[in-house]
Design a binder for this molecule. Structure first.
Ligand code: AMP
Length: 147
């Protein structure tokens, strides 16, 4: 078995993202693998509920949100010793963008958190499920304990 060379940690900035991050960091050290981090900012159009019209894209607001997300990503990355060139902030659908980024950068392991949902949420599919089903590489889901 060949060892992992490039591990991609996907973070949603939830409370548990550092716990998941430390697991990814531990693996990267054991395998002497490169560790990258990604956060995907969803770009869902805002729909006006009254007549279904799509509201105009607010560039200023989006720029501001992206700056905040970048700062947040840098803070998490700093705690995990991940250099700036290995930090990715992408706009789009989390599961698609994470899978695409992994393929484009020869990632061989994606690390995500998993809530271990049941019932309807499982049927609808979580981000972790989506990545697991679409990724070409290995995916590790770190179980997040519910409080
Ligand atoms: P979820 O399926 O939404 O509960 O998320 C499970 C895991 O998917 C999270 O712990 C993250 O590892 C990853 N994830 C979810 N949303 C995002 C996002 N917007 N950007 C990066 N990773 C995400």
């Amino acid at each position: 078995m060949t060892s992992y060379q490039h591990i991609l940690l996907a973070v949603d900035f939830s409370e548990q993202c550092l716990e998941i991050g430390f697991r990814a960091k531990d693996l990267s050290e054991r395998y002497h693998a490169k560790l990258s981090i990604v956060h995907v900012a969803d770009n869902l159009p805002i729909i006006d509920g009254m007549d279904g019209q799509i509201m105009p894209f607010d560039f200023d607001l989006n720029n501001e949100l992206m700056q905040l997300a970048k700062q947040h990503l840098a803070k998490v990355a700093a705690k995990l010793d991940i250099a700036e060139e290995n930090q990715w902030l992408v706009i789009g659908s989390p599961k698609l963008e994470i899978v695409n980024l992994a393929e484009a950068n020869n990632v061989d392991l994606i690390v995500v958190g998993s809530h271990g949902r049941h019932g309807l949420a499982l049927l609808l599919g979580s981000t972790a499920n989506g990545i697991l089903h679409h990724a070409q590489c290995d995916v590790m889901a770190v179980r997040i304990k519910e409080n």
